[in-house]
Structure formats: C-alpha cells, structure tokens
Design a binder for this molecule. Structure first.
Ligand code: DCP
Ligand code: MG
Ligand code: MN
Length: 340
C-alpha cells in the first residue's frame, strides 16, 4: 500500500482488507497475476467503502468483486479468518515453491525443476543446483532483494547515477520512475530513465552502456549486471542490475532505461504505472481505436482476424505526457493519483 497503512485503520473493513491483502500477496508470490490483480482491485474497492461490508451479497454488488471473492469476504467477516489462506501456511511444498519463486528471474518452470530435483532450501540450491550467474546472485542476495527500499534511499541512488552521468555528459536528464514517482514511501526496486534532448538511442547507448555503467561498476556503486527476464523484451535500451550505496551493505535492484526525447511522454506514462493504471488506460485507448505503448500513442492501427497488429499505425503523440491524456480525453492525473 503506497499511501501507508494508516488509511486502512479508519476503514470499517480494515480486517477484511488485511486478510485479502495477505491472500493477494500469496498469489503474487505464486506469480498468479490474474488472481493477484483481482485481489488488488477488490482491496482498492473496499478501501473506498465507508460502511462495513458483511455479506456476500453486499460484497458482490461492489465493482471488481466477483462471486467467489464475495464469498471469501463473508467468510472473513463471519470467522475472522480465511481457510484458503490458512491452508497455504500448512503446505510445505507450497512454501518451498514460494521461496524459490522469490529468486530473481526464477519463474514457475525453474522453481518446479528445483523442487523436482529434490532441493528444498536456498543453501541447498547454492550447494547443489546448477545455477546461472544471475540466479546465484538472486539467491545470495535473496534477503536484500526482498527488502523494501526507503524513499530517501531510492532518491540517493538516483542522485548518485545522475551526478556520475552529468560528469560524463551534462546534457543528460535522469528521472526516477516507478513507485517512487507515484510518491511511494518505499519501493521494490529503483527504476531510472535517461534521455538527452536531440540524441538518438545509439548515442544514449554509447554514453550510458559504454561509459557510465563501466565507470559505476569500477567504483563499486554498481555490483553486477543481471540477465534480462526475457530476451524478447530486450531491444538494447535496458540495463538490469544491482547497486549499493557507499554507506550501505544492502544490494538493491536497479533498472536503467534509455529513452529518446520523442518518446519521453509515453515512457513517463508507462514507467510511472502503476501496472493496473497502465492496463486501464491502454484498454481505453484501444476502445477509442487507438493504441498506447511505452513509445507513443498511435491511431489507425489495422488489426487482423485475431486482433493481431498488421501495422504500427500513425503516431499521434510520444513526447508530451500531458498531450497523451488530452488526446485520449482523460483528465490529467498526477503520478501520485495513478494508484488503482
Ligand atoms: N509495468 C507495467 N506492467 C508490468 C510491469 C511494469 O505496466 N507488468 C510498468 C508500471 C510500473 C513500472 O513499469 O509502475 C515499473 O515496474 P516495477 O515492476 O518496477 O513496479 P513499480 O516500480 O510500480 O513497483 P515496485 O516498487 O515494486 O518496483
Ligand atoms: Mg519499481
Ligand atoms: Mn523495475
């Protein structure tokens, strides 16, 4: 909850919200994105209620609450617990699965392979499993990566990168994105976008990947590069890795993204999120016959029988974040208001 826990304590549904959040967190750990989303939406709806929701019928009448979730809400109110959540705590295989899914870059396939091979603990993986470099780092720094980063520290990482980059090329602009830009009091990782007015991606790449990154690796601020989660999304504009402040011993996940000036508006929009806000604004664009992605807002996208894109469409706007809202007919929302 990026706005802090205080809002929940005044809510008549505080206990229900607490348990649904735990259930949502469980599904998030299980990488069940669909259920995670459903729980997050239901929690957001419940936060807005001023009266206590006690029955399944009342719950089902709310937006984003389906009948199964409505039954769970009633169960929580009646019994002060949720059997489904309790059962996750008793199942040892389930626990190991969640532990392994918490390793940076590990998905269900990898985690299940480790379980099939008989591994049960992180020490076990380190000692006996065949690991990629990124997996090894993910395990050795498992605790670090699972620890939220306080806002002031996210800021300090941003400053460190900004200062170093300015020394190489003062024309660059560095912006900290993600949950930080939404005003969160802590973040899961540090997302930074970099641009330089007038510069092409190849020029950004030369400076950032061939000068800045090697320099920061050498001075010890950057620790290691991590493999991209999927090679299909790597178009040579991203760097995933780890950073650590000179004053700290905790390794943090850091993502760098290079963005040409013409795409800054769309990139700001995309990397501010949150992910649910992004989904809904993209859906809205598509309902209006447009298409929104992290590079721009397009019209006249021609789609085939299976809704696959047949062309890129015509660029309407990429540079100005506010213009994208305007063209979509959506009232401007400050980054701090983009929490769904
Ligand atoms: N994003 C998205 N859909 C995804 C992943 C990311 O739309 N599946 C966008 C919205 C996110 C932004 O990219 O806000 C950054 O992604 P992060 O995973 O770093 O998420 P946040 O920064 O929002 O949260 P956290 O504090 O957990 O890093
Ligand atoms: Mg982030
Ligand atoms: Mn990130």
């Amino acid at each position: 909850n990026p706005m802090g826990a205080s809002s929940a304590s005044f809510n008549p549904n505080a206990r229900t919200i607490e348990i649904l959040e735990q259930m949502g967190k469980y599904y998030d750990q299980m990488q069940d994105q669909w259920r995670t989303l459903a729980y997050r939406k239901a929690v957001t709806t419940l936060r807005k209620q001023t009266v206590k929701i006690s029955t399944a019928k009342e719950a089902a009448a709310l937006p984003f609450v389906g009948s199964r979730l409505a039954d769970k809400i009633e169960e929580i109110v009646l019994t002060d617990r949720l059997r489904r959540l309790d059962s996750t705590r008793d199942d040892p295989t389930d626990k190991v699965l969640r532990l392994f899914l918490g390793v940076y870059g590990a998905g269900l396939v990898q985690a299940n392979k480790w379980i099939q091979a008989g591994h049960r603990t992180l020490d076990d993986l380190i000692a006996n499993a065949k690991l990629t470099d990124s997996q090894r780092i993910g395990i050795e720094h498992y605790h670090d990566f699972a620890t939220r980063i306080p806002r002031a520290e996210v800021e300090a990482h941003g400053e460190y990168v900004r200062d170093a980059l300015r020394k190489i090329d003062p024309g660059f602009e560095t912006t900290v994105m993600g949950s930080y830009r939404r005003g969160a009091k802590d973040s899961g990782d540090i997302d930074i976008i970099m641009t330089k007015p007038g510069a092409r991606v190849s020029a950004l790449r030369d400076v950032v990947f061939h000068k800045l990154v090697p320099r920061l690796l050498k001075d010890g601020f950057l620790k290691v590069k991590l493999a991209a989660s999927s090679s299909s999304t790597d178009d040579g504009t991203k760097w995933h890795g780890v950073s650590c402040l000179p004053s700290s011993a905790t390794w943090r996940r850091l993502d760098l993204l290079l963005v040409p000036e013409e795409e800054m508006g769309a990139a700001l929009l995309y990397f501010t999120g949150n992910d649910i806000f992004n989904r809904s604004i993209r859906l809205l664009a598509s309902k209006k016959g447009m298409r929104l992605n992290q590079r721009g807002l397009y019209k006249d996208v021609i789609r085939g029988k299976n809704r696959e894109k047949l062309n890129e469409g015509t660029l309407l706007e990429g540079k100005e974040e506010r213009r994208i809202f305007e063209i979509l007919g959506v009232p401007w929302r400050e980054p701090t208001e983009r929490i769904c």
